[in-house]
Design a protein around this ligand. Structure first.
Ligand code: ZN
Length: 146
């Protein structure tokens, strides 16, 4: 399942569930499964042809992971990255709200980090990856070379 498919199916879920990320049956989704089946494959693209590793068997060259794409470090790292990005473009209170923390001190002490230029560049690349620029419903489709 590609990222866009997952996003579409999640957006079509009934709002009766108390969970933000819920299955169609209203139960919480398995985050490890989401990472393994959607997030990690979306970040493991070939540097040469931009095809996902799982779909790369038919290529006429060896798979070489695109080093410009970020490496998945888990949901805690994702939350830290989001908090840091929101604090950079907004402020710590905005980051606290996005993470749904009750206490600003938790957000500033454990989630917001100082950002080197390389990290800013990586966040920009992830944002670019997740934008659907050609209407195909699949992320990063516009950059794929055939
Ligand atoms: Zn390739």
């Amino acid at each position: 399942m590609e990222f866009e498919e997952a996003r579409c199916s999640l957006s079509e879920l009934p709002r009766a569930s108390e969970y933000i990320l819920a299955t169609p049956q209203g139960r919480p989704i398995d985050l490890h499964n989401l990472a393994a089946r959607v997030i990690v494959p979306s970040l493991n693209k070939c540097a040469v042809c931009h095809v996902a590793e799982a779909d790369h068997a038919k290529a006429n060259h060896k798979f070489e992971r695109d080093p410009s794409l970020p490496t998945w470090k888990g949901f805690y790292a994702l939350r830290r990255g989001i908090a840091t990005a929101v604090a950079t473009v907004g402020n710590a209170m905005a980051a606290k709200s996005v993470l749904r923390h009750l206490n600003l001190a938790t957000t500033t002490a454990h989630y917001i980090k100082s950002v080197p230029a390389e990290a800013v560049s990586a966040v920009d690349k992830v944002s670019e990856l997740l934008q659907n620029t050609d209407g195909s419903g699949r992320p990063n489709q516009a950059k794929r070379q055939r």
